[in-house]
Write a protein that binds this ligand. Structure first.
Ligand code: AMP
Ligand code: MG
Length: 349
């Protein structure tokens, strides 16, 4: 089990946070993020399925009914966002837009318009590495069935991958795609957005210590009552092994990995993070973990840095105040942003 004490040297919130290193730590992993559970009676936890992934909500409250009501509100919010934005649902607002926006301006709700606008900001920030029109080619892959488009097909559809094709009018609340074949998918940002919103809903209910995890994205409210939460960066080749461990409080953490949705063929891994410049899976990294103030940002940046690769990706993170990153490359080497200290074995503490 996890050793839960906070040794000297762990300084959550300090400018330079120490990364802890613990090979082959045998604790339960939540899609790249490991959360330590408290045994106190005031902690209430729920596991569920939402947004196409496994969700965990943990809430601290003296009043069990208030805690359970908070958890219900979180799950309802995740469902609401999914109904609005999922491209797996024909009846979502985004699916309707994808079907018709190449023909002319179509109405869009303010919330979806805001998140697409946010996505476009990340496209500008990342030199186009983050691009929600990746789906114009991305939807030709089926990772479960091991299907990928031919090189010719990619070449044909790749011109439709470009966030500049999105013409969003936030005053009139309309959206238009500049050409046929453009498809938007918010899979790189919507989960972060949804857990950020639900964490704020918990906050509005007076809850000060909580965690909302959906797949690789986690939002932490407060700390674990006097101690930090710990997140673990998973070994890309070993689901139960960790390569690093970091204390966090009141922050969000997102991990993107090539082990989430993929198939291997001819010595190459085809996975769900697409480099918009090539139309195929980004190849330089195995995993990216981002720590930051809100989950919408960490979700978008984990996908972005995965595409940008270690050098450009960490350069970007070092320019952004309050955001840190740990990357694992194809050789299993770790890279850190400037605000994280190199790891030392925990036994040295
Ligand atoms: P994550 O696991 O947060 O990195 O998100 C991966 C998801 O982001 C994929 O399943 C796609 O839905 C979406 N995605 C893939 N490539 C890109 C990209 N270049 N820009 C934006 N979203 C992407
Ligand atoms: Mg992401």
């Amino acid at each position: 089990m996890e050793d839960e004490h906070t040794p000297a040297g762990a300084r959550p919130g300090a400018r330079n946070r120490r990364v802890w290193f613990r090979p082959l730590l045998a604790i339960v992993a939540l899609a790249g993020v490991v959360c330590v559970r408290s045994v106190a009676a005031e902690w209430h936890a729920r596991d569920a399925q939402a947004m196409g992934t496994t969700v965990r909500v943990e809430v601290w409250h003296e009043d069990a009914r208030a805690a359970e009501a908070g958890i219900e509100a979180v799950l309802a919010e995740l469902d609401r966002v999914e109904r609005l934005m999922s491209t797996y649902r024909e009846d979502s607002e985004l699916s309707r837009i994808n079907r018709t926006a190449a023909q002319g301006p179509v109405p869009i709700g303010a919330e979806l318009a805001d998140l697409i606008a946010r996505s476009l900001e990340f496209s500008d920030l990342t030199g186009g590495a983050f691009d929600v029109t990746y789906a114009s080619v991305g939807h030709l892959y089926d990772y479960r069935s091991g299907i990928k488009p031919s090189a010719e097909r990619i070449e044909q559809v790749l011109p439709a991958v470009n966030y500049r094709h999105i013409q969003l009018d936030r005053e009139r609340l309309t959206i238009q795609y500049a050409r046929e074949g453009v498809t938007i998918d918010l899979g790189g940002i919507a989960k972060g957005y949804a857990i950020e919103r639900s964490a704020r809903m918990l906050q509005a209910r007076g809850i000060r210590h909580a965690l909302v995890n959906a797949g690789g994205d986690t939002r932490f409210l407060g700390d674990r009552r006097g101690r930090p939460w710990f997140i673990g960066v998973r070994d890309p080749d070993d689901r139960s092994g960790l390569v690093a461990k970091i204390p966090v409080s009141d922050e969000a953490v997102s991990t993107s990995g090539d082990y989430e949705r993929f198939f291997d063929r001819d010595g190459e891994r085809y996975h769900h993070i697409i480099d918009p410049s090539t139309g195929t899976s980004a190849r330089e990294l195995r995993s990216v973990t981002i720590i930051g103030p809100d989950a919408t940002t960490t979700d978008a940046l984990s996908t972005s840095v995965f595409v940008m690769g270690p050098r450009r990706g960490l350069e970007l993170i070092d320019r952004l105040p309050g955001i840190e990153a740990i990357v694992v490359d194809r050789e299993g080497r770790l890279g850190y942003s400037d605000g994280l200290e190199e790891p030392r074995p925990v036994t040295d503490e």
